[in-house]
Design a protein around this ligand. Structure first.
Ligand SMILES: Nc1nc2c(ncn2[C@@H]2O[C@H](COP(=O)(O)OP(=O)(O)OP(=O)(O)O)[C@@H](O)[C@H]2O)c(=O)[nH]1
Ligand SMILES: [Mg+2]
Length: 330
C-alpha cells in the first residue's frame, strides 16, 4: 500500500492531510508504520512538514486491566465529543500478541458508534513490533491525526507491563480505569500505574455494582492521599462512571479539561510536552540503533550463541557487549 514516495510528493501528501483527507491520512500512517528503510526518510520528512500543524489536540491516555471497559468508554466519550463538534482520533498501543486481526475487529465492534462516525478516526496499533517501535509509530500517528484536524486524541493501552508508561509519555492527561470491588482491586492495580494517573475512574458503576464502585472510589481516594501528587497544582480526582450507560462520562471529560486549564497557565503542560518530545527522540534513536540486532540475519543468529556463552560463564558480559558493538559497527 505504501509505495515509496519521491520527496517533492511529500508536500502534496502533507497538504492533503492538512485538508483532512482520510484516505491520504490512512495511507500516510501506513507509510509511517512501514519497516522499509526507504520509507523511513519519507515518513520523517512528512512529519517534519506537518509539524507546524500539530500539537493542538487534547491528548488523553486511557489504561486499565483487560475488560475494564476502555473501548466502551472511548466509544461513549468519543461519541459525546463528536456530537459537540470535535473530531476524535482513537489510537492504541499494544505490542502484545493478544492483539491479532480478530481483536482489531473486536475493537471496532466495541466502538460501534465511533466506527461509523464521520468525525472519528480509529487506528489500531501495528500488529507486531517491540513496545518502543509500536509506541513510536503511535506517536507519529498522533501527529498526523492532529495535522488532519483531529482535536481530541484518545490512546488506549492495556494495563500490562510498560505500555502505560509509553502512553503516559505521549499524552497530556492519563486516565486510569478501575473496576468496582474495593481493596483487592487496589492491590491488583499496580502502585506505579496509580502514580501515573491524572484521573482515576471506577467504571461499571451501574446495577448491582454501584455501591461497590463507590466504595472502591473511596479506597482509591484514600490511597492517593498517601502518594505525593506529581504536580503541586493537581490532585488526581477519583470518579465513578458507567461507560455502558453513559453515566459520569461528561463529568469525566470535565476533569480532563480542568486538568488542562490548571496546568496550562503554570507552564506545566508545555513543559510536559517538551520533555515528551525529547524522550521520543531518544526512544526512536534507541529503536533505530537496536534494529539491526533484530533484523539482520547474521547478527540475529550470533546473539543466542553469545548469550549462551554469557550464561555459561565463559564470556564476561562486558566482553560480550564489546563483541556485539563490533558486529553492529561492521
Ligand atoms: N456493566 C458494565 N459493563 C461494561 C461497562 N463498560 C464495559 N463493559 C463491558 O465489559 C466488557 C469489556 O469491555 P471493553 O470495552 O472491551 O474493555 P477493554 O478494557 O477495552 O478490554 P481490552 O481491550 O480487551 O483490554 C464488555 O462486555 C463491555 O460491554 C460498564 O460501564 N458497565
Ligand atoms: Mg479494548
Amino acid at each position: 500500500m505504501a509505495a515509496p514516495v519521491p520527496f517533492p510528493e511529500v508536500e502534496r501528501l502533507a497538504q492533503a492531510i492538512r485538508t483532512g483527507n482520510r484516505t491520504v491520512l490512512s495511507r500516510a500512517i501506513t507509510l509511517i508504520e512501514s519497516k522499509r528503510a526507504d520509507h523511513r526518510g519519507t515518513a520523517a520528512a512528512l512529519t517534519q512538514a506537518l509539524l507546524g500543524a500539530t500539537g493542538k489536540a487534547v491528548r488523553v491516555g486511557i489504561t486499565g486491566v483487560p475488560g475494564v471497559g476502555k473501548s466502551t468508554l472511548i466509544d461513549a466519550l468519543g461519541s459525546m465529543l463528536t456530537k459537540a463538534g470535535h473530531k476524535v482520533a482513537v489510537l492504541a498501543v499494544d505490542p502484545s500478541s493478544r492483539r491479532t486481526g480478530g481483536s482489531i475487529l473486536a475493537d471496532k465492534t466495541r466502538m460501534a458508534h465511533l466506527a461509523n462516525d464521520a468525525n472519528a478516526f480509529i487506528r489500531p496499533s501495528p500488529a507486531s513490533g517491540t513496545l518502543g517501535g509500536v509506541a513510536a509509530k503511535t506517536r507519529e500517528t498522533m501527529l498526523l491525526c492532529e495535522a488532519a484536524g483531529y482535536d481530541v486524541v484518545l490512546v488506549e493501552t492495556v494495563g500490562v507491563g510498560q505500555s502505560e508508561i509509553a502512553v503516559a509519555d505521549m499524552t497530556d492527561s492519563f486516565l486510569v480505569l478501575a473496576l468496582p470491588g474495593a481493596g483487592d482491586e487496589l492491590q491488583a492495580l499496580k502502585k506505579g500505574v496509580v502514580e501515573l494517573a491524572d484521573i482515576i475512574a471506577v467504571n461499571k458503576a451501574d446495577g448491582d455494582n454501584l455501591v461497590r464502585a463507590k466504595a472502591a472510589a473511596a479506597e482509591y481516594r484514600a490511597a492517593l492521599h498517601i502518594l505525593s501528587p506529581a504536580s503541586p497544582n493537581w490532585s488526581p480526582p477519583v470518579v465513578t462512571c458507567s461507560a455502558l450507560k453513559g453515566d459520569g462520562i461528561a463529568d469525566l471529560w470535565a476533569h480532563v479539561l480542568k486538568h488542562r486549564e490548571l496546568l496550562t497557565p503554570t507552564g506545566e503542560l508545555a513543559a510536559r510536552r517538551g520533555e515528551q518530545q525529547v524522550k521520543w527522540m531518544w526512544a526512536m534513536l534507541e529503536e533505530r540503533l537496536f534494529a539491526p540486532l533484530r533484523t539482520e540475519r547474521s547478527l540475529k543468529a550470533e546473539l543466542p550463541r553469545i548469550e549462551a556463552e554469557v550464561t555459561a560463564g565463559r564470556l564476561a558480559p562486558a566482553a560480550a557487549v564489546e563483541r556485539i558493538v563490533q558486529m553492529l559497527g561492521r
